[in-house]
Design a protein around this ligand. Sequence first.
Ligand code: IMP
Ligand code: MG
Length: 180
Amino acid sequence: MLKDIKEILITQEQLAARVDEMGKAITRDYLGKNLLMVSVLKGSVVFMADLMRAIEIPAGIDFMAVSSYGGGAKTSGVVKIVKDLDVKLEDCDLLLVEDILDSGMTLEYLKRVLSSRAPRSIRVAALLDKPERRQVDIRPDYVGFAIPDEFVVGYGLDYNEKYRNLPFVGALKPEVYAGI
Ligand code: IMP
Ligand code: MG
């Protein structure tokens, strides 16, 4: 796996420190609320697992899966719910946990669908943000790192289901995904 990585953008130590800070901010903001963290599978599982342990108030968790990329490195613009939530959202303060905000289309769609189920509030925590790539007007409430427009893998993020278990965030060598 390592031979496919051009450069490490965010180290394990930087990830741990930043996720800890995000957890502290969320802890403060959600005191007295009914926090439900919803992880968007699969890319956000590593972030979710670390973030939930950095939060010091009770937090429910649930998972959703959507497809928007069809496996490649470019967006298809099509978002489909592949796995829906198990819990009802009324009375919940929903925090959507995403690995990366790219075009923003996935989150825009999810926010719209989930708002219609009447949670008390909806916010978004994204580990990574590529603001240059945004196609819709959506901003995460909590961001780990803003990164340049480069395809990244690791810490949950994949390319064709590979590299999710790298402990850092790295940029792939272009020749790895050439031809897409
Ligand atoms: P959006 O709808 O364009 O914002 O796409 C968000 C989804 O695209 C993320 O949840 C990722 O699964 C995927 N994605 C976007 N950029 C990257 C990247 O650089 N590496 C890996 N996955 C990415
Ligand atoms: Mg994803």
